[in-house]
Write a protein that binds this ligand. Structure first.
Ligand SMILES: Nc1ncnc2c1ncn2[C@@H]1O[C@H](COP(=O)(O)OP(=O)(O)OP(=O)(O)O)[C@@H](O)[C@H]1O
Length: 227
């Protein structure tokens, strides 16, 4: 299993007590499949992504990625694994204003120490895969919200991650553009063979999923596969 959460509990300080954001959560996500986690505001979706991304260490439970138990690793080793194996798409496309679409992707490869020529090739291939080849030389202010989100998704795939984590990718888009982005995420999940988790409060995205699950008050309700 590429991404596995086993019996994960996460709490935050809340005055004199602690608030349980994730309550004994278990989830398996195989490569090449899309899991949609739906739930209302405050149910624990972002916390689940942050734990899967190794950005937050849970109070208890185990997270494994590609067979490595990440909850056992040092913070440095977690960061190295994150760079190598995890692509994260945050809600707001936090692109760098001065860089072109292609350069947004290059930066990721440079951080990872990849050779410029192969990085340039992969960046252009990915921009093509997200339908943005013609806009490779544009800066964020010259792109629409949907186009920025496409660059954001391509950037997350730059280092060839096995796990792709996506937080509310359509919150800034209208319904039609949102549906197109979810379709694109489904295609990329199959094409790039990522174990993809998309969290959303929008139930219309459930139809795109290979596996759907609902989160309420930090608990995962039934996980169901779709075929
Ligand atoms: N850093 C924090 N400190 C304290 N409590 C937090 C913190 N982050 C989240 N929480 C609480 O944990 C619970 C789960 O929050 P989380 O952000 O994971 O939910 P969510 O489903 O992603 O919500 P939204 O859809 O509004 O982003 C909420 O009750 C929230 O108030």
């Amino acid at each position: 299993m590429t991404l596995r959460l086993t019996d994960v509990t996460l709490t935050y300080p809340d005055g004199d007590t602690r608030l349980t954001a994730l309550d004994h959560v278990s989830l398996d996500v195989p490569r090449g499949t899309l899991t949609v986690v739906a739930g209302p505001s405050g149910s624990g979706k972002s916390s689940l992504l942050a734990v899967a991304a190794t950005l937050i260490t849970p109070d208890s439970g185990i997270v494994t990625i590609d067979g490595t138990t990440v909850t056992d690793l040092s913070r440095n080793d977690q960061a190295a694994l994150r760079r190598r194996s995890i692509g994260i798409v945050f809600q707001q496309p936090n692109l760098l204003p001065a860089l072109t679409a292609a350069e947004q992707l290059h930066v990721m490869a440079v951080i990872d120490g990849r050779r410029p020529a192969s990085a340039r090739r992969r960046a252009l291939d990915l921009l093509d895969a997200v339908g943005m080849a013609a806009q490779a030389g544009r800066r964020p202010h010259q792109l629409s919200g949907g186009q920025r989100q496409r660059v954001n998704i391509a950037r997350a795939l730059m280092n060839n991650p096995t796990v792709l984590l996506i937080d509310e990718p359509t919150s800034a888009l209208d319904h039609e553009r949102g549906a197109t982005i979810v379709e694109l995420i489904t295609q990329l999940t199959h094409q790039q063979a990522t174990a993809t988790v998309l969290v959303t409060h929008d139930r219309t995205h459930l139809a795109a999923a290979d596996q759907i699950t609902e989160v309420r008050d930090g608990r995962l309700l039934a996980v169901q596969g779709q075929s």
